[in-house]
Design a protein around this ligand. Structure first.
Ligand SMILES: *[C@@H]1O[C@H](CO)[C@@H](O)[C@H](O)[C@H]1NC(C)=O
Ligand SMILES: *[C@@H]1O[C@H](CO)[C@@H](O)[C@H](O)[C@H]1NC(C)=O
Ligand SMILES: *[C@@H]1O[C@H](CO)[C@@H](O)[C@H](O)[C@H]1NC(C)=O
Ligand SMILES: *[C@@H]1O[C@H](CO)[C@@H](O)[C@H](O)[C@H]1NC(C)=O
Ligand SMILES: *[C@@H]1O[C@H](CO)[C@@H](O)[C@H](O)[C@H]1NC(C)=O
Ligand SMILES: *[C@@H]1O[C@H](CO)[C@@H](O)[C@H](O)[C@H]1NC(C)=O
Length: 250
């Protein structure tokens, strides 16, 4: 009798455990071209019975699964694979992340301590053709001082800008655009005669795995251009004048 009670209790317990299984939903954004690792359980592989990734992409649905009896399945055929870390945790590896990898990644895993259920909405940070996206750096003149400017216009949270040169203080301005993007602009007045060849700014953002380094280039100075044009016109006029004088004397 007590044996049956015991079995009953175990069944009730396991049912409760299944019910209490909480699905973890999260968003993840990755850079184009990056190598992405998605994890859905921190349990070591020898505690895991199976891992199933059901993947819904824009152009296809596919499935990657592995069980501890050695069976596995991969219907994606696009380089995605299950791999293991040095401490034998399983993760889904997406090489060279592209727009085609954007989608919903559902992971179910069962292990000795229960189960994990994750839904990851995977999107891309960088739009094609704009690498690095909405970031720029330049040098401009303010009076007779040269100013280096580094700017990033990105989604929340605000990007972080720092300079390779810290001799003078930089001034940071941040504002929210109507498009929901946050613009961060860092301006730094440079000391006279500074060699700007080795000056650069680094931009980091919550959504990026990598750091973007920009070297500010001088923007074309309009005043300089106008002076150039004036000089050229002057030279041409002088030439005409000289020629017409010569003609007269002839
Ligand atoms: C995921 O992103 C969507 C759309 O940007 C947002 O509505 C949702 O709250 C986010 N979910 C999480 C868990 O961050
Ligand atoms: C993903 O895992 C691989 C090992 O397969 C490792 O070399 C790489 O650094 C990892 N990438 C990230 C972004 O963690
Ligand atoms: C990554 O994918 C892009 C576009 O599909 C391709 O041009 C590039 O050569 C790939 N890079 C690597 C390292 O495979
Ligand atoms: C870059 O800025 C434009 C508008 O200025 C915006 O439409 C676009 O989404 C931005 N791109 C990124 C990757 O933030
Ligand atoms: C920006 O980067 C600096 C240097 O890496 C760091 O100390 C600081 O905490 C970062 N700020 C934010 C808001 O991430
Ligand atoms: C940025 O500046 C630092 C310090 O001068 C230098 O070590 C680094 O190589 C520079 N990086 C680039 C990409 O120019």
């Amino acid at each position: 009798m007590s044996g049956i009670m015991w079995v009953f209790a175990v069944i009730i317990l396991s049912v409760c455990e299944t019910w209490s299984l909480e699905t973890v939903v999260r968003n993840s954004t990755f850079d184009l071209g990056s190598d992405v690792n998605l994890t859905c359980s921190n349990k070591p592989w020898d505690h895991i019975f199976y891992v199933i990734w059901n993947i819904n992409l824009k152009y296809k649905d596919c499935r990657i699964a592995q069980a501890n009896d050695g069976t596995s399945e991969n219907s994606c055929y696009d380089g995605k694979s299950l791999q293991k870390t040095s401490i034998a945790q399983s993760y889904l590896h997406i090489p060279n992340f592209s727009n085609d990898d954007v989608g919903v990644y559902k992971c179910e895993t069962a292990h000795t301590e229960g189960a994990d259920d994750h839904i990851i909405y995977v999107t891309v940070t960088v739009l094609p053709g704009s690498v690095p996206p909405n970031t720029s750096a330049w040098l401009e003149w303010k009076g007779n001082k040269m100013v280096a400017v580094c700017k990033a216009q990105l989604e929340k949270p605000a990007a972080n800008i720092s300079w390779s040169y810290t001799g003078t203080s930089s001034y940071l301005e941040t504002w929210l655009g109507s498009d929901g993007l946050i613009t961060v602009e860092s301006r730094m007045e440079l000391p006279d005669n500074m060699d700007t060849k080795h000056l650069n700014c680094t931009i980091t953002h919550h959504y990026w795995e990598r750091v973007i380094t920009l070297v500010p280039e001088p923007i074309e100075d309009l005043r300089f251009k106008l002076t150039c044009i004036a000089v050229i016109i002057g030279v041409i006029l002088a030439g005409f004048l000289f020629l017409s004088r010569k003609k007269l004397t002839c």
